[in-house]
Design a protein around this ligand. Structure first.
Ligand SMILES: C[S@@+](CC[C@H](N)C(=O)[O-])C[C@H]1O[C@@H](n2cnc3c(N)ncnc32)[C@H](O)[C@@H]1O
Length: 285
């Protein structure tokens, strides 16, 4: 069992709650990127950022790897991957899902890891560090030191690729939920969540921090990174699954749609429109 060390700012209780949430979620996390069209688009947007920045032979630290959809993609790009997660259940699922596939040969090892404590790794040890699907959304007050850690273990000229939950995109995507929250807990709580993105104001079993795109850029720059690219995870793919289902059924139309969608997601006006905000950065010399 990973010893959850309290950081100066983030409590052990926050880390334990997140770990227990993903332990309980178990296999349900596996479906997030395949079960609906928005998830499949989100997968493709994340996959393309990997394909742009990861080279065959790269040594990659994957943080919050979960059940392994991106572990498999990293393997297919020819990377050697150190697979890590806070949740022992998710780490076991990752092992189960890859065992017996060719991708498993690219996994160097698996270990429990909190994104807030990378002290076991050397400076510049990895070519690329990947933290997709929100590990940094669970770092709370320790998020800046966590990003410093990601940049520290990345070689000069290497890449940090991360995505966090989007505050404005979540609101856009789920206005009914936001309104219900305000009705149940009061407008003051809703004001605090919208201002800070911090779901600890709500309580409940899933507590994370959602970000505005400019906050992600500020965070990376403050921590000593240089932002190379930003993207939303969805632009035209959250609202109308039936219409998109027709497009997805035709491989040529779907390929064209994905090209348009990936480009749109990188427009400044789209960055806050998806469920996640993605960033590619390099350590500043
Ligand atoms: C939404 S899942 C994303 C899984 C995978 N990266 C993906 O994008 O499909 C978030 C993962 O981050 C892990 N996680 C949450 N907090 C973390 C932390 N503080 N350190 C490391 N991993 C964490 C969870 O256990 C979970 O497996």
């Amino acid at each position: 069992m990973l010893a959850l060390v309290p950081t100066p700012d983030r409590s052990t209780a926050d880390a334990e709650r997140t770990r227990d949430y993903y332990d309980r979620l178990g296999r349900l996390e596996e479906d997030r990127l395949v079960q609906d069209v928005a998830g499949r688009v989100s997968f493709e947007v994340h996959r393309r950022l990997l394909a742009e920045h990861v080279r065959a032979g790269d040594r990659v630290l994957e943080i919050g790897a979960g059940p392994g959809r991106f572990t498999a993609e990293l393997a297919r790009l020819g990377a050697r991957v150190v697979v890590t997660d806070l949740s022992p259940v998710q780490l076991d699922l990752n092992r189960e899902n890859l065992t017996g596939t060719a991708d498993e040969g690219n996994v160097e090892r698996r270990e429990l890891l909190d994104v807030c404590d990378l002290s076991r790794y050397d400076d510049y040890e990895f070519d690329v560090v990947v933290a997709y699907g929100g590990p940094l959304s669970y770092a709370f007050e320790a998020e800046e030191s966590a990003v410093r850690g990601l940049l520290r273990v990345t070689r000069s000229g290497g890449r940090v690729l991360a995505s966090v939950m989007s505050m404005l995109g979540t609101w856009r995507h789920a206005p009914a939920g936001v309104t219900a929250l305000a009705e149940a807990l009061g407008e003051d709580v809703n004001d605090r969540v919208l201002a800070t993105g911090d779901l600890r104001h709500v309580g409940g079993e899933h507590q994370c921090r959602m970000f505005r795109a400019h906050e992600v850029v500020d965070l990376v720059e403050r921590a000593g990174g240089h932002v190379l690219a930003t993207s939303a995870s969805n632009w035209a793919s959250l609202a109308d699954p039936d219409v998109l289902g027709r497009v997805e059924a035709d491989p040529d139309r779907w390929a064209r749609f994905l090209d348009h969608e990936v480009q749109a997601c990188r427009e400044p006006g789209a960055l806050d429109g998806g469920t996640h905000v993605l960033v590619a950065a390099e350590p500043r010399p």
